[in-house]
Every structure is written in C-alpha cells, then in structure tokens.
Design a protein around this ligand. Structure first.
Ligand code: FE2
Length: 305
C-alpha cells in the first residue's frame, strides 16, 4: 500500500464522528498512534496472525495487571523521567536528588511514624539493614516534618500486599522527619528480583532476548510542603544488576555505599547479636516552581482494603 493510500484510510478513520465533540488530547493521541501503527504494519508486513497474536497478548497483559511492568521494561517510564529532567533543566533546577521511576508496587496508606520506624515485622531472617539520613532543601536547610515513604521487597524478592504470605504493610512505612529533618529506619536488606517468570512481561522480554532482573533497591517518595514530590530509589550497592537494570532505573548518585558493621560494640549498641548493614542517604527535594509540570504523577495505585 502506498503512503497516499494509507493516508486516505487514516483520514477516513479519523474523520468519523457521531456529531459529538471529541476529547482533543485523546483524539490527537489516538489518531497519531493509529497512523503510526498503520505505517508499522505496512513496513513490517505484519500478518493477520501476528496482529491478532499481539491483540491477544495485550489482553493477557491486562488480565495479569502487568502493564505497569511492561511500561517499565520497554523504557517508557524511564523516558518519561528523562523528559521530566529536561523540564527541570530548562527551569534551572539543580542540586536535588535524582529522581527515578516509581514502578508498579506502591501501596497507599502505609503506617506513619515520626523520626524512625521499623519496616519489617520480624519474621524475615534476612540481614538487618539500617537506613538513615536527612531531608533538606537545596540550600542546606533541614526540612522537619517531611514525609519519607519507603517500600521494598523481602529477602525472597516479594512485595507485601502482592505476596499474601506477608503481613499487611510489611516493609512499607511513612516516616515523618524529626525537628532536624532526620529520618531513620530499621529493616532487612531486600533481595534483587525479576518479573514474574510465567507472566506476560517476562514472556515478551524472552522474545526480545532480554532478562527481567533489577538490582536490589528501596523505593521512596519524599514530600515536603513547598517542594516538588521526589520519586526515587536507592540501589543496594554491589548488586550484579546495578548497571543492567531491566527498567533502566539506575541513575548516578542513587547507589550509596553499604557499610557492613561487624564491630561487636556497634552491634550491641543497636540491640543486635549479628553484623548488620547500614546506609546513609540524604534526600534533597527541589523547591516548587509554578512554571514546571507537576511532580506528582497521577496513576491508579493499589490500596490495601
Ligand atoms: Fe521495586
């Protein structure tokens, strides 16, 4: 089919109306994407069997609730991040903590604690981890009462809520910073994990000759009045997938050193009887600017009943 013929088909499809006023952004996006797909189908000579296999795949991905994973794995979420970076740069924002993708496993309304929290429920035999730091402005002013939301997987690589074997909100807490802007939590070192091995995302990655692994990491939202919400992750340094992240979420400055504490005095001081890991990480959210697109991203997120 020639380009002109394709353009004619597209014009027929996109000109169809019922007399109702279309939603302009939706119409512009759908018209564009349909046209781009017509071209892709033509140029790749996609067969009807291949087309319907793709449709069936999308249905399965929806049924498995894996579009969040697919968006991460195909680089869309990272691409959106880079576009946000560009907007930040143009607005002259600098000095803040790098943001990176949220990923799909956030669950709203985790318990709130002031100053410090324990994230694990004590049932996970993993290595004890302490994470602590300060939330401060780009000019160094500490931000008291900032909210640090943290969530991560257990030592088997599973998130509570999705893994029903874990207690409610295990490894998920919101910590409000103390008067000095400090937060601190005790947890266990998360494992690295991969996409569900039998799920639609991993099946697609297999076809693309890719793995679905990511390094062990802890997710954060950091919110403070007058500041842009920071969505980020820190990786557990030394993980073999640190720079081979299936969702492209590793960014410079987000893999702080992990200190392995073996000093008996330090172990006793923390009330422990075995060596533990310690990470210090400060968060620097950017001050809000009216000229920037909102930092709060709206998407449907899970919420425990
Ligand atoms: Fe994650």
């Amino acid at each position: 089919m020639t380009r002109d013929e394709m353009a004619q088909v597209l014009a027929t499809v996109t000109a169809t109306t019922s007399g109702k006023i279309p939603a302009p952004r939706v119409k512009a996006a759908v018209d564009r994407i349909v046209g781009d797909l017509f071209v892709s189908i033509e140029e790749l000579d996609v067969t009807p069997d291949e087309f319907w296999a793709a449709m069936s795949y999308l249905a399965q991905a929806g049924q498995a609730n894996e579009f969040g994973l697919i968006a991460a794995g195909l680089g869309f979420e990272h691409f959106l991040d880079l576009r946000m970076d560009e907007a930040d740069r143009k607005a002259g924002l600098e000095g803040g903590t790098p943001h990176t993708i949220e990923g799909p496993p956030y669950v709203a309304d985790a318990p709130v604690r002031v100053g410090e929290a324990r994230l694990d429920d004590g049932s996970d035999p993993g290595e004890v981890l302490f994470v602590e730091g300060q939330v401060r402005d780009t000019d160094g002013t500490s931000l008291a009462g900032a909210q640090v939301e943290a969530w991560h997987v257990d030592s088997l690589g599973n998130y509570s809520f999705f893994d029903k074997a874990q207690s409610d909100y295990n490894l998920r807490r919101t910590i409000a910073t103390d008067a000095e802007g400090r937060y601190r939590f005790r947890s266990i070192v998360p494992a690295g994990y991969g996409c569900p091995p039998d799920g639609p995302t991993q099946r697609l990655l297999d076809q693309l000759g890719r793995h679905g692994r990511r390094p062990a990491h802890v997710h954060f939202f950091v919110s403070a009045p007058g500041h842009r919400k920071l969505t980020t992750q820190i990786n557990i340094d030394g993980d073999e997938y640190l720079h081979d992240h299936f969702a492209f979420a590793t960014r410079d400055g987000l893999s702080p050193p992990v200190v392995r504490e073996t000093d008996p005095e330090a172990i006793r001081a923390r009330g422990l009887d075995a060596p533990f890991a310690r990470i210090t990480f400060d968060f620097v959210p950017e001050a809000e600017r009216a000229s920037l697109p909102p930092a709060e991203v709206h998407r449907i997120r899970d919420k425990a009943a």
